[in-house]
Design a protein around this ligand. Structure first.
Ligand SMILES: NC(=O)c1ccc[n+]([C@@H]2O[C@H](COP(=O)([O-])OP(=O)(O)OC[C@H]3O[C@@H](n4cnc5c(N)ncnc54)[C@H](OP(=O)(O)O)[C@@H]3O)[C@@H](O)[C@H]2O)c1
Length: 333
């Protein structure tokens, strides 16, 4: 089946007080150029998606605009030798849902060089349960390894623990043999976080005020940080000698002030993780490792299902920090 003149989508239209969310048909002309046409089956919601859907922090120029930074589906047409009709593929980021039409529509178009095959034995839904959050979690784990942090090095802190990136990081790091300490504002989710593999749960209030002094007691060999702001400054001051922080998120603030002393006296290393862009070879490696590392049982336990029509309320919940784990969006339902 080739591309119809219009297709079903959740899209943004220009409105008085900012973009307005609508659900209905959009013209096929909203799709960007690209060698591969994909029939989208599933997408998901990431923090970035919530911001786009709510018109926060993004200046959309061309309407109607289809958000959704992640998608998985079946190749319909391909001018790229690496993919043929019928192949199941994943797109994470590269501007989808931010700069051009993304995963909240029944069709998408992309460059072949951005696509990753759905891992053997996995479904498109599984792939979206992982999403950019999961890719970022694995890229973070790979960065800790690159920095020489092994399970014998000590505890790994995961902040924003009950969210998507946090849940993914706990599950993957514990499966890789690390002892994971989860920092959360939702102590009521203790049992959930333990079920993912967290060995210890601490209240995020311990960190969110920032450090009292440049060098605090050394507590963690590494950290995957989804929060940023003062929390990140507190982690920098509490890291072990030559510890590594994978800086991923900004739910607690997109700037921070920190002392340089831990960098000079403890050799602390702060590494940024580009989960939405970056080298495709690294991302394909991340997907291969995810499919070997992450138990499908654990993945299912952190995932809920929803439809396009649920996205506006899910975006509100996500920005308020109330979504637990991952949400898969059935684009066809
Ligand atoms: N670097 C990348 O490429 C990349 C990729 C994916 C995501 N991200 C970023 O990572 C962050 C998390 O994304 P996500 O998809 O996991 O979002 P999410 O599911 O909404 O999780 C965010 C979590 O952060 C914590 N949190 C929320 N508001 C907070 C606040 N004001 N202060 C401290 N903690 C707060 C909450 O965890 P608790 O309730 O457990 O405290 C919340 O569940 C976002 O900033 C996102 O943009 C970056």
């Amino acid at each position: 089946m080739s591309l119809p003149e219009t297709f079903h989508a959740l899209y943004l239209e220009k409105g008085e007080g900012g973009p307005q969310v609508q659900i209905g048909e959009v013209p096929a002309s909203v799709l960007p150029g690209g060698e591969v046409l994909i029939r989208v089956a599933y997408s998901t919601i990431n923090y970035k998606d919530a911001m786009v859907v709510k018109g926060i922090g993004y200046r959309i120029k061309d309407f109607p605009f289809v958000p959704g930074i992640d998608l998985a589906g079946t190749v319909e047409e391909s001018a790229c030798p690496d993919f043929k009709p019928g192949d199941e593929v994943i797109l994470n980021g590269y501007g989808a849902g931010e700069l051009f039409a993304g995963g909240y529509g029944a069709y998408a178009r992309a460059k072949g060089e951005w696509l990753v095959p759905v891992p053997d034995g996995w479904t498109a839904r599984d792939a979206m349960a992982v999403g950019t959050a999961g890719v970022t979690a694995m890229l973070s784990a790979m960065e800790l390894e690159r920095g020489g942090i092994t399970p014998d090095s000590g505890d790994i802190l995961v902040t924003g623990a009950a969210g998507g990136l946090g849940s993914m990081s706990i599950a993957m790091l514990s499966a890789l043999g690390y002892r994971v300490v989860a920092a959360t504002g939702r102590m009521g989710e203790k049992a959930y976080l333990e079920s993912l593999g967290a060995a210890e749960i601490i209240p995020r209030a311990e960190l969110e005020g920032g450090p009292d002094k440049p060098l605090m007691a050394q507590r963690w060999a590494g950290c995957v940080d989804a929060v940023g702001g003062k929390t990140l400054a507190a982690v920098i001051s509490s890291l072990d000698q030559r510890g590594v922080i994978a800086a991923c998120g900004l739910t607690g603030g997109n700037t921070f002030t920190a002392s340089l002393i831990p960098f000079f006296l403890r050799g602390v290393r702060l590494v940024g993780i580009e989960g939405g862009h970056g080298l495709i070879a690294e991302r394909r490696e991340a997907w291969a490792r995810i499919s070997r590392t992450l138990s499908r049982e654990v993945l299912d336990s952190m995932t809920t299902d929803a439809a396009l029509g649920d996205l506006p309320s899910l975006a509100d919940e996500m920005l308020a920090g109330r979504i637990r784990g991952r949400v898969v969006i059935d684009v066809i339902a």
